[in-house]
Design a binder for this molecule. Structure first.
Ligand SMILES: Cc1cc2nc3c(=O)[nH]c(=O)nc-3n(C[C@H](O)[C@H](O)[C@H](O)COP(=O)(O)O)c2cc1C
Length: 218
């Protein structure tokens, strides 16, 4: 696919169809994502895929936890500060049409998408060792973004979501992740449900003007 096309397709997909993702294709995507850089080539990431019956069971238990009001306890929360600086807070609060759409008018739709794990036919959970420097979080971000672009290049849409790692014990159980690995992030993969309102492109959020983030020193 032309890079520009991949670039345009890079958007959150909050509802997938039931069409499955071929496991060989998934393996290839992950293999290609290994190509990208990490500090001193440390490659701290591991990838655990869950699909089919296992994912159905995980999804059911995940929803039950959300509905019983279980407190999320993401692994990253133990490692990183959860306090936001003013700059990203303002971006989250004020940016774009999606904010008013999701957070004021259509919160139920947004919540349902998250609670159903976006109906993703496969979720990949990305881990780094429990004992990691902040650099490894940076490396994992590069790996995650690379994986998403490679998937998009193969016509597979992506949904990066921290909600998917809200309950790491549940994820560990179904994805067989060892206790000494941190469940950092997860990405749902599949084919977008183009009829779903939650995927409507008119609600894609804006970005800051370039001058809001870029300065050339003179
Ligand atoms: C680290 C990370 C975590 C995210 N977690 C969630 C999430 O839990 N639920 C969700 O609906 N979207 C989640 N998103 C998607 C963002 O809300 C989305 O990427 C952002 O609003 C920009 O929208 P766009 O990707 O469609 O351009 C997450 C994105 C990233 C990078």
């Amino acid at each position: 696919m032309d890079f520009n096309e991949v670039y345009q397709k890079e958007r959150a997909t909050r509802k997938f169809t039931n069409r499955k993702v071929n496991e060989n294709v998934l393996r290839q995507i992950i293999k290609e994502a290994q190509h990208f850089p990490s500090l001193l080539n440390s490659q701290p990431w591991k990838v655990y895929a869950v699909m089919g019956d296992q994912l159905d069971k995980l999804r059911k238990e995940y929803r039950a936890k959300v509905e019983e009001g279980a407190e999320p306890n993401e692994d990253f929360a133990t490692m990183l500060s959860l306090e936001w600086d003013i700059f990203p807070s303002q971006n989250m609060a004020t940016m774009g049409a999606s904010q008013s759409y999701f957070f004021n008018k259509k919160l139920d739709l947004f919540n349902e998408a998250n609670n159903s794990m976006f109906n993703a036919p496969v979720v990949v959970y990305l881990t780094i060792p429990m004992q990691s420097p902040a650099w490894s979080v940076f490396d994992l971000g590069i790996f995650a973004q690379s994986l998403m672009l490679i998937a998009l290049n193969r016509g597979i849409a992506t949904m990066p979501a921290h909600s998917l790692v809200s309950y790491p014990d549940l994820v560990r159980k179904y994805a067989s992740i060892p206790e000494d690995e941190m469940v950092g992030m997860a990405i749902g993969l599949g084919y977008p449900d183009k009829t779903a309102e939650v995927n409507d492109p008119k609600y894609f959020p804006d970005r800051l003007p370039l001058d809001g983030i870029y300065k050339l020193s003179k």
